[in-house]
Design a protein. Structure first.
Length: 273
């Protein structure tokens, strides 16, 4: 696929997807949506990729839906997604609950990390929230945005945000659509850490490579599946699944290597998944 609204690179088993419409603060369009899902599918299917980083080009992460598209919706009196090509389906087929826009992130087998380099509004904030871990640049401005446009909370954010920051904080952010900064987002647990802008991407990539070094590929994959599957089921089912996985995974060569590395006080040399 020809990339017009994104860029993609892979280095040391980390894929970086960059939203790249910097002149529009990477505002979301149908073309960007199409490319983003296609790139996620490439990263998911590539055995050389173990972690996926998502960031923005320039001063913004994603400033929400492009204002030109919003004007078009208002003029037509109807919503047009702007998608003109068949969309890739990364993460589909794991659970029916995940087979929806943005929820498909939960079906991916590889961790996703957001490097929120600037403004994340509306659908841009939705995208950030559907990533597994989030780091943000100091002063980055975030907002749910939808209330000021007479829209509902977008793409499942009303389900997801309370699970990240708690019901009271989520309700305030969803009801008011007020802007808030990365530093407040860190205090409420929406982002894991705040970094100086020029340190954000290096910090994110270091974190990703620490995952690759310290945690086995299968453990990462199974833990991610457990986390999002367990959001949809009872504790007994979660414990039964864990018991089954323990009995299965101790037979894996990666378990023996992890034990040897622990005893020998060295970094593990994980077998290829």
């Amino acid at each position: 696929m020809e990339l017009k609204a994104t860029t993609y690179s892979v280095s040391e088993q980390v894929a970086t997807i960059t939203l790249s419409r910097p002149h529009r603060l990477n505002a979301w369009t149908g073309r960007m949506h199409t490319e983003y899902r296609w790139l996620l599918a490439q990263a998911e299917d590539d055995p050389e990729v173990r972690v996926i980083v998502v960031t923005g080009d320039g001063r913004g992460f994603c400033a929400g839906a492009d204002s030109g598209a919003l004007e078009g919706h208002a003029a037509k009196g109807e919503y047009d997604s702007g998608v003109r090509e068949k969309l890739a389906r990364p993460g589909w087929g794991v659970r029916p609950e995940f087979d929806h826009p943005f929820a498909f992130h939960f079906g991916l087998t590889k961790p996703t990390i957001g490097a929120i380099n600037g403004a994340a509004a509306g659908i841009g904030l939705v995208l950030a929230c559907f990533l597994d871990i989030r780091f943000a640049a100091t002063g980055a401005k975030l907002t749910t945005a939808h209330g000021k446009l007479n829209l509902p909370a977008e793409a499942g954010l009303s389900w997801l945000l309370p699970r990240i920051v708690g019901l009271g904080r989520a309700n305030e952010l969803l009801y008011t659509s007020r802007p808030f900064l990365a530093e407040e987002a860190e205090r409420m647990g929406l982002v894991n850490a705040v970094c100086e802008p020029d340190e954000l991407l290096p910090h994110t990539h270091r974190f990703a490579r620490e995952l690759l070094t310290n945690v086995s590929p299968r453990s990462l994959r199974e833990t991610k599946r457990q986390v999002y599957t367990d959001l949809h089921r009872d504790i007994g089912s979660a414990v039964r699944d864990t018991d089954r996985l323990v009995l299965e995974m101790v037979k894996d060569p990666a378990f023996a290597e992890g034990v040897r590395a622990l005893v020998e006080r060295r970094a593990p040399d994980w077998p290829r998944p």
